[in-house]
Design a protein around this ligand. Structure first.
Ligand code: NAD
Length: 240
């Protein structure tokens, strides 16, 4: 264990699995029984926008249902942030690949959604994003250009550039502890974050059900709802 002052945490679909949201690759490379090419690429959207809207509408309805709540792993990361953020010379950034809102519902604030957000839509003309809780369809009227058909889910699809990369890169180059939680390490650029952090001197830790292929300094295996709170307690005992 290290007494860390500048922490970057990267989360993936695995942290939300115990909240009831399926991971990506759990079922043979399919996402909720859909091919990635069909529902998570600009080409898939151009070929069949109705089906893509329906896919994200279904995910959004599930996210907004009473059954989906943050689990103890989300809550522990919020506790970590709030415990260290006001300490002198401490910095914290939570980078999530998830498009759900469970981190913010748990209380995280120093948070970057590098792959966008399910509860937002984006105008393809202006690039502006707007909050969204209802279904999005080809008939939904854009709030900026006032015409239907210009809107898409505000998520980053394969082949597109993730959000906030310069802020993330700066934090990775400056951190002394990098923690990856519930991510398979198969989606770039996030899969390369641990190498960048390590090149700049950080201790690297993976918390996952299984070891991924990446070589972290530490691997902690187990369900996120158990191993993340335990790891956060260990970190906080070192910080105090
Ligand atoms: P992934 O599905 O490729 O990998 C999930 C990882 O989590 C696996 O390594 C698995 O072993 C691990 N895992 C599963 N259950 C776990 C648990 N209970 N505790 C700890 N670890 C567990 O996920 P990824 O690496 O995030 O890449 C998938 C992409 O799909 C992301 O870019 C994301 O945008 C998108 N996605 C998001 C959500 C979401 O918002 N919740 C859900 C599915 C997919």
């Amino acid at each position: 264990m290290v007494a860390a002052r500048r922490i970057v945490v990267l989360t993936g679909a695995g942290i939300s699995a115990e909240s009831g949201i399926q991971t990506f690759r759990a079922s043979d490379g399919l996402w909720e029984n859909h091919r990635i090419e069909d529902v998570a690429t600009p080409e898939g959207f151009a070929a069949n926008p109705i089906a893509v809207h329906q896919f994200y509408n279904d995910r959004r309805r599930l996210l907004l249902s009473d059954t989906i709540r943050p689990n103890p792993a989300h809550t522990a990361l919020a506790r970590l942030e709030h415990s260290i953020v006001d300490l002198p010379e401490h910095e914290f950034l939570l980078v999530t690949q998830n498009i759900d809102n469970l981190h913010e519902r748990a209380g995280s604030r120093a948070l970057v959604h590098m792959h966008g957000e399910l509860l937002k839509m984006r105008c393809e003309q202006s690039g502006l994003s707007f909050d969204l809780r209802e279904d999005l369809t080809l008939d939904t009227c854009c709030r900026c250009c006032r015409v239907p058909g210009n809107l898409r889910p505000d998520v980053v699809w394969f082949g597109e550039i993730p959000l906030a990369m310069s802020r993330i890169t700066k934090a990775l180059e400056n951190c002394d502890l990098f923690i990856a939680i519930g991510t398979s390490g198969s989606v770039y650029p996030a899969a390369g974050f641990f190498e960048l952090a390590r090149e700049h001197g950080a201790h690297t830790v993976e918390l996952n059900l299984d070891n991924t292929n990446a070589t972290f300094d530490e691997h902690i295996c187990g369900p996120a709802s158990e191993v993340v709170p335990a790891y956060v307690e260990r970190l906080l005992s070192c910080a105090s």
